[in-house]
Design a protein. Structure first.
Length: 420
């Protein structure tokens, strides 16, 4: 029994001695999970955004084109075919509420009937008045002829009777001339009056025709074959049953050309400076993450806008999708990775490994059994890594987090590294 106790005592003393030597021999090695090697290879800087697919070219399905002429400023959608429906040319797409335009058409019809009656009355009055004026001129012509005969026969009468006959004849001539002149004036008045009523009648008739034509266009049909996709309002919401359209934005839906698609995305004002036309884009579909498409930036907005649910201004970016795929549909959500810069060969480390002090960037590098605080010069940066243009070698290793007991370590500056 004593021998067993003696053996255990020797083993305990040996273990304590080994542990004490380990603790006093120098700095303990940091677990390998906190140390990474400097990476070397291609370096890509990208901006990832969420977008939405839409057809680059499409045919708009619009409401009545004559709505402004009919003084119709708001038109409510009362019926609409389901989005995604495939239609043929001339097929029903939507119906607009007709209550306002039918009321206007009824009022116009009543006005048209009233003006037609006024036109007919003016025509009849003119006919009657001019007929009476013509009869009067005929009678005055007879009176003139009678006075002429009396004047001719007065040559056998006394001079006073002759003079009276001449005066009667001259009066008869003047009355006839005045009646002829009045007839011409009455005729012009009648023509003018009829023209005025006719103009009002024609104006109201044209208004009624416009209202009738516009009312017929409240049933909206497809202008071509295709798939119906609802149009969007200014705030991004789709135009559905109950939504209103106006003469300046009368589009109810579209028929997209699905062979050429583009992704519409919005980039925040911090990253927009990195985006330029022509940059390559990797596109993934939320509906099928395994499918990867390629694209290219085709348009970058110059002016930012405030989008719903966005805290800051964003800029619209359009990305053309190179591939044509029958599974692509408008309004599909995409994840767009826009490649803004590429280096074929570079040294880079994780962002967590880089620290700053006194305007200098540095890393904690593994230096044998110790730690070295090394200044580095940085280059391009992406979401995870940063390029180190000076201060590290491909064989170096750096700490991802700040090691313990390194606050007093001096920075090994780049200038010291270059000194002989």
């Amino acid at each position: 029994m004593k021998r067993i106790l003696l053996i255990f005592g020797v083993l305990a003393l040996s273990s304590a001695a080994v542990l004490g030597w380990y603790m006093l021999s120098g700095p303990r090695e940091t677990p390998s999970s906190l140390v990474v090697s400097v990476e070397q290879g291609p370096f890509v800087v990208s901006v990832t955004t969420t977008g939405e697919l839409q057809a680059k070219n499409s045919i708009e399905i619009k409401g009545p084109e004559t709505a402004r002429q009919a003084n119709i400023w708001q038109m409510k959608i009362s019926n609409l075919i389901a989005e995604g429906s495939v239609v043929k040319k001339g097929a029903f797409v939507a119906e607009l509420d007709r209550s306002e335009i039918l009321q206007k058409a009824k009022e116009s019809e009543l006005s048209l009937q009233k003006l037609q009656s006024q036109y007919d009355q003016a025509t009849l009055d003119s006919t009657l008045e001019l007929s009476q004026a013509r009869d009067e001129m005929v009678n005055l012509g007879y009176v003139k002829e009678e006075k002429r005969i009396a004047k001719d026969q007065s040559i056998y009468e006394a001079p006073a009777m002759q003079r009276q006959a001449e005066i009667d004849y001259e009066r008869a001539v003047r009355n006839l001339q005045q009646a002829q002149k009045n007839y011409g004036t009455k005729r012009k008045q009648s023509v003018a009056k009829i023209k005025a009523v006719a103009a009002d009648l024609e104006k109201e008739r044209q208004r009624w025709e416009v209202l009738t034509k516009t009312a017929a266009e409240f049933t909206i049909k497809a202008p071509a074959d295709g798939m119906v996709i609802y149009a969007r309002e200014w705030n991004g919401r789709k135009k559905v049953v109950g939504a209103t359209i106006n003469p300046w934005d009368a589009t109810v839906a579209t028929l997209p050309d699905l062979t050429v698609m583009e992704s519409i995305t919005y980039v925040n004002e911090v990253d927009i400076q990195k985006i330029a036309v022509g940059q390559a884009v990797q596109i993934r579909l939320d509906a099928d993450p395994k499918k990867v498409l390629s694209g290219k930036v085709t348009s970058v907005a110059n002016i930012g806008e405030q989008r719903p649910n966005a805290d800051s201004k964003v800029f619209e970016v359009r990305i053309n999708v190179h591939e044509s795929d029958t599974t692509l549909r408008p309004a599909m959500t995409t994840s767009n990775t826009i490649v803004t810069s590429t280096l074929e060969q570079a040294l880079f480390v994780p962002l967590e490994a880089v620290h700053a002090e006194g305007g200098r960037s540095f890393v904690y590098a593994v230096n044998g059994a110790g730690i070295q605080k090394k200044e580095v010069r940085l280059g391009l940066m992406n979401e995870n890594n940063v390029v180190v243009t000076d201060g590290l070698q491909p064989t170096d290793q750096v700490y991802l987090s700040i090691p313990a007991d390194t606050q007093t370590l001096p920075i090994d500056t780049l200038s010291n590294a270059l000194a002989p």
